[in-house]
Design a protein around this ligand. Structure first.
Ligand code: NAD
Ligand code: ZN
Length: 609
């Protein structure tokens, strides 16, 4: 099968005249597009078809292939049809001249349908991408498409299709992307056929194919390109090119989101109903994920105030959250409710809070939670989510991550969409926490501060939060001056500040090693940190000493000898998991961390535990 790419290029674009000849990082936009298309290696030939001598010359000078159109044409497809009429080709792909960052992925997807089981039926293929924002859905400049069950296009429109009579209807909208792959005959037919009324009304070219009964197969692509439609787009594109990195993971300056709304105070939990009311969407329920220690606690559950089809799911915090568990909860919710929930409310410790964050993300993002473990992999905004801690220390109520154990790693979903939209900090909710557990989770906070304050990523921002939380922890765990009530309030704020501190830096050695323990032995986070931290004098001498004082003061027994009987394989997995957490090590030990924390060194440390 011979496949070529055609890039129609008109000089005089109405919105931004001469845009294809504008400079983009030292080359005209159209040359960039040509080179990007060629670089995909998907085509036997790549041509620019143009009405402009200037564009023609520019492409030839740069060693590309250009064709002058003979006639004035109404649209790009006509220009292509004329050019391919006498060529020996099977499939012609139309690439937009003003998409200089045209990606291989999108083009591959549009071509792949011609290898599918229904290839014979396809006259042409095109791309669509998921959209969620109602502003975009209702924008007439954004062409929407609806498809049948086999992804054949049924109609394209500038109106929102389908029209959502009920705004919460669970329907996926798709935006049409102007990339086409035609069988040669289809594009020749197009050229012959006069425009009909639907196309004329909507001013959407591809409606003509539908009006004449052609089959358009749509492929889904969610990669974002940058289209040059305005001078501002060009400025943006030039920036992208200059930075030469499209990803902003671990930028020098992090631009991280914060929790926009927080209520604090004894008894503020009772305000929950009035906080949620304005967020309720018609028939869409609120789902409460509640730690199952509260299952028979009528005092708390009565205060939750369920309305309509709201639902409480009691969840055990016996084990730390897993990606499979998140997937199952999401599946159950989707199965039970036609409408996407109005919100997810997590009530519990770090385990439940992290689950709530992850479930809210996975209700709007495809696939498994495991696909999103890492930094900035989440594409779509989560549903509204609220965090209500019932034990303090993890900082999960404020952090940008949700820690999950997946099939191959223990790693958070760290994204701008992870933090809660609302947090309710009611110190009274922590009254029933058992002493040991209070200590372990409190130490999580202490260790967050130590790791942040001693890390190489530290700056004044992290330091100001970290120091405050550190001082609060010392006050709570070493001084004897606080009443229980004061202590609960202060630990809640220490947790918050500790979370904020690591948001702009990172955790360190104890967390990296504790993740390894947890992955292999299922050791829980708080206690795992304590087990590890107890042996880290070498890295945090002053604070390990303080920690030991606290352990003594509260008569806590830290488990020992966990690793001496591990098999070779288990030890290797533990080491692999710990070493995979690169940002933690970079923060703890600097760029040179790999020469300091060797596998042998790590093994020796684990064997002490
Ligand atoms: P947890 O949520 O596992 O709870 C510990 C125990 O306390 C459980 O048995 C729970 O049922 C019980 N409990 C909770 N509240 C209670 C109450 N009011 N009364 C009586 N019992 C109560 O423990 P945790 O230490 O809060 O959280 C640990 C989890 O948090 C881990 O999964 C860890 O990975 C995660 N974490 C997340 C972040 C983050 O930034 N997202 C940071 C640190 C830790
Ligand atoms: Zn922690």
């Amino acid at each position: 099968m011979k496949i070529i790419a055609m890039i129609p290029a008109r000089y005089g674009a109405s919105r931004f005249p001469g845009k294809l000849m504008q400079d983009l990082g030292g080359k005209p936009v159209i040359v960039r597009t040509y080179e990007a298309t060629k670089a995909t290696d998907l085509f036997d030939e790549v041509y620019v078809v143009t009405d402009s001598q200037i564009i023609f010359n520019e492409i030839e000078i740069n060693g590309g292939k250009a064709i002058m159109s003979l006639k004035e044409h109404e649209c790009g497809s006509d220009r292509i049809a004329e050019a391919v009429a006498d060529m020996d080709v099977d499939i012609v792909v139309n690439v937009q001249g003003d998409e200089p960052f045209t990606s291989k992925e999108g083009l591959e997807q549009v071509l792949s349908v011609f290898n599918g089981p229904d290839a014979d039926k396809i006259d042409l293929a095109s791309l669509m991408t998921e959209i969620h924002d109602w502003k975009e859905i209702s924008d007439p400049n954004c062409v929407k498409v609806i498809v049948d069950k086999d992804n054949f296009a049924q109609y394209f429109s500038r109106s929102p299709i389908p029209y959502p009579r009920d705004k919460n209807a669970a329907v996926q909208y798709y935006k049409h992307k102007g990339i086409y792959a035609f069988r040669k005959q289809a594009i020749l037919d197009f050229y012959r056929l006069p425009m009909r009324s639907l196309e004329a009304a909507e001013k959407i070219e591809c409606i003509r194919y539908l009006e004449y009964g052609k089959n358009i197969k749509m492929a889904i692509s969610n990669t974002q390109g940058i289209e040059i439609d305005t001078p501002e787009d060009l400025v943006r594109a030039n920036k992208v090119l200059k930075e030469d990195k499209r990803e902003v993971v671990n930028n020098k300056y992090r631009n991280f989101p914060m929790v926009p709304k927080v209520v604090f105070g004894q008894g503020c939990f009772d305000q929950l109903s009035s906080i949620l009311a304005p967020q309720r969407k018609d028939k869409a329920p609120f789902i409460f994920l509640v730690d199952d220690v509260f299952k028979n606690n009528k005092e708390l559950t009565d205060r939750i105030n369920l309305r309509f089809n709201d639902k409480v799911l009691f969840i055990s915090a016996e084990e730390e959250p897993k990606t499979t568990q998140v997937d199952q909860i999401v599946k159950d919710i989707k199965h039970e409710f036609t409408y996407k929930p109005s919100g997810i409310i997590g009530i519990g410790g770090g385990t439940i809070l992290d689950l709530a964050k992850a479930v809210s993300i996975m209700l709007t993002n495809k696939g498994s939670a495991a696909d999103y473990q890492g930094w900035d992999l989440v594409k779509t905004k989560a549903v509204y989510h609220v965090g209500i801690p019932t034990i303090s220390g993890t900082g999960a109520e404020v952090s940008r991550t949700t820690v999950l154990t997946g099939p191959v790693k223990k790693l958070g979903i760290n994204s701008d969409y992870t933090p809660f939209d609302q947090v309710v900090l009611d110190p009274d909710l922590t009254i029933g926490v058992p002493r040991n557990q209070w200590f372990y989770t409190g130490m999580d906070c202490f260790i967050h501060c130590v790791e942040s304050l001693n890390g190489t990523f530290l700056n004044a921002f992290s330091e100001s939060y970290g120091e405050k939380a550190y001082d609060l922890c010392k006050e709570i765990f070493l001084d004897d001056k606080l009443s229980d009530e004061e202590s609960r309030g202060k630990l809640m704020m220490a947790s918050w500040h500790g979370g904020m501190s690591i948001a702009y830096s990172q955790v360190g050695v104890a967390h990296a090693m504790s993740y390894g323990l947890s992955y292999v032995l299922g050791t829980k986070h708080g206690i795992g940190n304590c087990i590890v931290f107890d042996h880290l004098e070498e890295f945090y001498p002053k604070d390990v000493k303080l920690f030991k004082q606290m352990v003594d003061k509260y008569n806590i027994t830290i488990p020992k000898n966990l690793c001496s009987d591990l098999s070779e394989e288990q030890m290797n997995t533990m080491i692999d998991i710990a070493l995979s957490l690169v940002p933690l090590w970079e923060n703890a030990l600097g760029d040179d961390w790999e020469s300091i924390m060797t596998r042998e060194k790590l093994k020796a440390l684990y064997l002490k535990m």
